[in-house]
Write a protein that binds this ligand. Sequence first.
Ligand code: GDP
Ligand code: MG
Length: 645
Amino acid sequence: MEKISVNKEIKVALAGNPNSGKTSIFNALTGAHQRVANFPGVTVEKRTGRRRYNGYNFQFVDLPGTYNLSAFSPDEKVARDFIINENPDLIINVIDSGSLERGLYLTMQLIEMGVDVVIDLNMWDEAKESGLEIDTQKLALLLGAPVVKTIGNRGQGIDGLLDAAVGLVENKDKGHRHPPVTYGPKLDDIVADLSQEISSCGSCRACRNPRWVAVRMLEGDKDIEGEILTHNRNRARVRSRLGQSIKHIRTTTKNDPEFALTEGRYGYVAGVVREVVKRPTSDRMQLSVYIDNLLTHRFWGYPIFLLLMWLIFQATFKIGAYPMDWINAGASWLQAEIGSLIPAGIISDLLINGVLGGVGAVAVFLPNIVILFLGIALLEDSGYMARAAFLMDRLMHYLGLHGKSFIPLLMGFGCNVPAIMATRTLESRRDRILTVMLIPMMSCSARLPVYVLFAGAFFGAHAGNAIFSLYLFGVAAAILMARLLQKTLLRTAETPFVMELPPYRWPTWKSIVIHMWERTRIYLNKMGGVILIASVILWGLGNFPVKKEFSQDYDAQIAQYSSQNTPEAKAEINRLQILKSSEKLEYSLIGRLGHATLPAVQPLGFTWEMGISIITGFVAKEVVVSTMGVLYHLGDETSTLIKTL
Ligand code: GDP
Ligand code: MG
């Protein structure tokens, strides 16, 4: 029989532990491309997506991954507030079947909050492979919630989830009751008494779910307590009962109530797991432990880590050099094409040197970035990144950072642009900011030509040592800076951070490509926006005001020489062009800025030429060398420049 299209809205939130595959399920449900990560807490923003199914309009929200709903961390707070305030029709609770205990610990809290839950046993493929057996029917019975098996990254079992959701909504009036979570006889009585006291008010919001409120208050949740003690009509009695209960728990269990309740919850979960799981001694776990022992070994862990970093570094900058050449060639070709299509003048100069020159200078890093992100995605999805972070953690703690910041910092030696982009993989905002501030101290490869120039000019035979010290100096400056910032601007404590060690997995291409693309896209967006505008502005500064009168008539002379086709004539044209650009640059706003900075740079022994070069260096470090070449009328041959300086 044809179903009448009811067009009913169903609001669904996805909740679960980090790495349980929530985002994969979300993608499979909505078809939306999302960032898929393999590290705790990446999904900090709320993301939504839609899906029509059986005449229903589903609206999905991917909540941040959490182990708890106690609102200690921002992620937990986001998840909990959403459930309380937005009142989703139901929650799909995504659980990694391989870590059922940890998953169910969250499930207990969801059930306690009284929301309708569909249990999604995800990563069923892995569970099956490792020989794990879960009695899903029994689990559904014990929890009073439908249980569905899925394989999120391959989109299997998704219809089952949707059917279960529709089933829950269509039978809403039947009032699906979850059997109450128990904390053991002693605590259960206390919780029951307190919740009865709370619900006797009968009118405040907490009365809808007194049991959960009672547990939260016993656990010392000040938010909830504050709300009850202002809105509940029996607040005086609730308050005194709460005090008594806490005292009672302390004396009988010799522990804080929070601890006692956590323990009780774990006990309950352990009981459920014992009922439904048959676990063989798994080879995969054995293998994982063995690999872990090697990769996080106190001695061998480091060379392995350095080798992998070296490989990524090499791939990023060596392999990346080929497409880099192609992009350079493409840009030059475009510049030439535009030059021949549009008559010479301000517009063509803007397009060729401003837009293409500026954006091109950044676009050449695109291959580096794609390769770097491919490497990072591989490390993340295979599970190695978590081990590497674990390994580098102690070192990085000295800088007030976590192990994960090591990779962006290291990448900084190659190029600061992708390095700063790589900080996107850090979860904490403070860590991101601190890492981004340290990266510029790492001497990127574009600085090398500048180092070679000056070290060659001033240190002669000792140039090599001088350059090496510059690198060391950068690192030392970064350490100092980190220590300083830690004590001043970025003093907020390091977020305590449980290092999750996810099992090793073969990364899937789909997930890798999505990862890589998501990050690359952000880089492309920047290129089309900020960088485009900045290049046009810098071009403007270098070209205005327009110089009309030169000290000699360069154009006429150039025209004269270009009719001759001798090497001498070519050299002469080149010399004239450099002289002309030099005059033009000095006259322009950048030139004037260079002169204006003289008082600031003179004490350093700098000339105005150097002042100007520093300013043009804002676009790209290596431009410093070519600007000096122009200003000293020498072209950009480093060897001749070294002699002159
Ligand atoms: P989230 O942190 O909960 O959002 O988890 P993600 O969706 O980012 O998934 C973490 C990793 O597990 C990714 O590498 C996924 O490709 C992978 N994954 C997700 N679901 C499954 C599954 O059912 N089976 C397997 N083998 N891997 C999965
Ligand atoms: Mg996620």
